[in-house]
Design a protein around this ligand. Structure first.
Ligand code: SF4
Ligand code: SF4
Ligand code: FES
Length: 480
């Protein structure tokens, strides 16, 4: 284990580490653009320069590609280092436009941050900036601004080293270098392409779905879990801060919708990546919500629905339940504790793979398109779904159930978070909270349990399934 000194602090590094890695592990910050812990080291941006002392004095070199050695003395902030860093920033910004005012990356741009931290001065160049493609259609999902690109090659390396699509490349040379997609359209088909938006250190790669939608400082992230497949990637759901509430009438949708989704780094589940389906969770969560309880399509309140559901349960001789693989562990446990002895319970897949969707791959995506199949099966077993002909009451929790399986004459109780035609056909319908309106945990295919938190309040007429099940178990009958 080599011992070295960084900024006067003696630290022990792991064998084979670079100065960048050793400093990071010790909590000492060295700036970087092209370096990324999951990618190869091209050493092309030169912002990570540090001073290294040897017998001949201090020399300056890049930390990301310099192996540690025993007795090494490193300075991250000496006058020489500061001067070199400043010159590097002047160089990097020679052709970079000063259009932060219209750039979606403003507020979370590394170049912006480093400019203020390490340079802060006007350009020393008297030459006009190069003009490149300002709006290059990189794919259906991503737009590229070549003027903002600092040629760090992170995006190119991501497609070669992480997903293997090799969908991006760097063409031309020097200050005419341009990121371009490969001609076979591989980048457009890369199921993880949107990760390049996050790892681009500047605003060169932008999400079309999020383009000019909100300044990032209007938004806040809520830690959550992607329900798109059994991987259960950790994600941040970004939504509008309460203090930036829009006060115009009819703005509820703007306050209770997901503006963007980004990965929440979790080495046990997804590392720093998510797939594009996870980025599109607004399409799942922002669907029209069911907010009114119903009896055969006639609106009622939650008390009315409860009384009727209890009466159906009291009268049933062979009640069967089909529980949701989108239910949280806490909700599933509440069902088992309150109603598990009364119902013969099966687990269903709420969502099946959609046409054109990647079924499974070796990076993250799993064939099971539900987040908590493992949690549900741990409580209710592995039996394939088969409703017995004698069932006289079927409680269905969640989406994806074929109501053709309900035996003739059997009554139905349905719990669903979304508006759907089948809601109006159930004898009793309960609108229940969506994942964005409650907290809980899911257990993924590998047995890792991850937590999600509420982003938005639920509507007044909506029930929490976890609270509903004990109420339903109260055997006091009644109803219409
Ligand atoms: S587009 Fe962004 S990530 Fe790609 S090379 Fe340019 S600056 Fe780097
Ligand atoms: S791999 Fe699965 S859990 Fe992860 S982001 Fe994609 S759909 Fe969501
Ligand atoms: S981070 Fe070291 S050269 Fe770019």
């Amino acid at each position: 284990m080599p011992r070295l000194t960084i900024d006067g602090r003696e630290i022990e590094a792991a064998a084979g580490q670079t100065v960048m890695e050793a400093a990071k592990d010790a909590g000492i910050f060295i700036p970087y653009f092209c370096w990324h812990p999951q990618l190869s080291v091209p050493g092309n941006c030169r912002i990570c320069v540090v001073g290294v002392e040897d017998k001949g004095g201090e020399w300056v070199d890049i930390a990301c590609n310099m192996p540690v050695s025993e007795g090494m003395v490193v300075y991250t902030n000496s006058e020489k280092v500061k001067a070199r860093r400043k010159a590097t920033l002047q160089f990097i910004t020679l052709n970079h436009p000063v259009d932060c005012g219209i750039c979606d990356k403003a507020g979370e741009c590394t170049l912006q941050d480093y400019h203020y931290e390490y340079n802060g001065e006007r350009s020393v160049s008297v030459d006009a900036k190069n003009h490149e493609t300002k709006h290059y259609d990189l794919s259906d999902r991503i737009v590229l601004d070549n003027e903002r690109c600092i040629q760090c090659t992170r995006c190119v390396r991501f497609t070669r080293e992480i997903t293997g699509s090799a969908g991006l490349a760097m063409g031309n040379r020097a200050d005419h270098s341009l990121v371009r997609p490969s001609e076979d359209g591989a980048f457009g088909r890369d199921a993880y392409s949107d990760n390049v938006i996050d790892i681009c250190p500047v605003g060169a790669l932008l999400s079309k779905a999020f383009l000019h939608k909100a300044r990032v400082w209007y938004l806040k992230p809520t830690a959550s879990v992607c329900p798109g497949c059994a991987r259960g990637c950790s994600v941040n759901l970004w939504h509008r801060k309460a203090e930036w509430r829009l006060r115009a009438p009819g703005m509820r949708a703007a306050h209770e919708s997901i503006d963007r989704v980004t990965p929440l780094e979790n080495p046990a589940v997804n590392g720093p990546w998510i797939c594009n389906k996870g980025r599109d969770l607004a399409r799942v969560f922002d669907r029209a919500r069911a907010e009114v309880a119903m009896l055969k399509g006639r609106p009622t309140d939650l008390e009315g629905a409860l009384a009727n559901a209890r009466a159906l349960l009291a009268a049933a001789k062979r009640p069967v339940a089909v529980v949701s693989s989108w239910g949280s562990n806490e909700e599933l446990a509440a069902f088992r504790d309150a109603l598990g002895a009364r119902f013969d319970a099966y687990v269903k897949a709420d969502h099946e793979p959609q046409p054109g969707e990647v079924l499974e791959d070796s990076l993250l995506i799993r064939a099971d398109k539900n987040p908590n199949t493992a949690g549900a099966r741990a409580l209710f077993g592995e039996r394939p779904l088969a409703i017995p002909r004698e069932a006289d009451l079927v409680l269905v929790w969640g989406e994806g159930f074929d109501f053709g399986l309900v035996p003739a004459g059997a009554k139905t109780i349905l719990l669903n978070a979304w508006l759907a035609p089948e809601n109006g056909h159930a004898d009793v319908f309960f609108p229940v909270s969506a994942q964005t309106e409650r907290s809980g945990t899911y257990t993924n295919f590998a047995g890792v349990t991850s937590a999600f938190s509420a982003c938005f309040p639920k509507a007044a007429g909506v029930a929490d399934a976890q609270a509903l099940f004990p109420l339903l178990a109260r055997a006091d009958g009644g109803g219409e």
